[in-house]
Design a binder for this molecule. Sequence first.
Ligand code: SER
Length: 317
Amino acid sequence: MKRILIIGASGQIGSELTPAFRKIYGNENVIASDCIFPLKPELSECGPTAKIDATKKEDIAAVVKQYNIDTIFNLAAILSAKAEANPMLGWNIGIGSLLNCLEVAREYKTAIFTPSSIGAFGPETPQDGTPQDTIQRPKTIYGVTKVTGELLSDYYFKRFGVDARSVRFPGIISNVTLPGGGTTDYAVEIYYAAVKEGKFTCPLREGTLMDMMYMPDAIKAIVDLMEADPSKLIHRNSFNVTAMSFAPETIAAEIKKHIPTFTMDYNVDPLKQGIADSWPNYMDDSAARQEWNWKPSYDLESMTVDMLKVLKERYNK
Ligand code: SER
């Protein structure tokens, strides 16, 4: 990777991937774009930016040509619960931008990364130790776009030789940009609520297990996969990756170790609960570990220490 385009740079992943890439590959080699949310000054002032509507192929092609881009990061997506409120929008953003990026990647011979998700699985999938290759019949439009994205990306690789790679991310926990509209968002919101208010109302039932990952590991997964030797990759779209799996009461207990007065109650959101129940309890990510040495650094304990430290400093608590 030498010249990188990030589509969706203002989102939860993009807002941290962009500065991380600029550090590794040089400010001038990472072009940030987002057509939904304006770029924060941290992103727009220290490197090139571009105006791209990802549903317009010519917008993407023009920037790829202008900057001689070799790798596209296609991060445009509407998360699971939000997409259920407007399925057509979920499909148009998720698949419209992906197809355009794949076509541009084919024409201009660039590599492409598009995140998939635990949302690519459904209720018929084995939920414990979810295998790399298994049943994928998601029941959300978000999941439908993710499975479609996996299939299209593999198709473009096999049919046209496009270097398309992807991971199935679990819930990503971060302290820079809030995710917004996802089923796993509670695991981010709980930290903010714990620091600011000392209490949290959880939208998911006790016992609801899902895979999670701290943002530094998510960035590491992206870099490691995209820098991996392609001859070692048996799979491509998309690799299971996880760092931890927990239920609401477990993350609450971990926070309580640091904020003893913290309390949590429940007010279950039926939409989110239904989605969470259809996703894996924990995935088997051994294919990623074997094919490109995936290894996360953070577990629930170390992530909680870091999240609370950052948020307490930010909110003077
Ligand atoms: N974090 C996403 C969501 O909850 C799943 O990948 O929608």
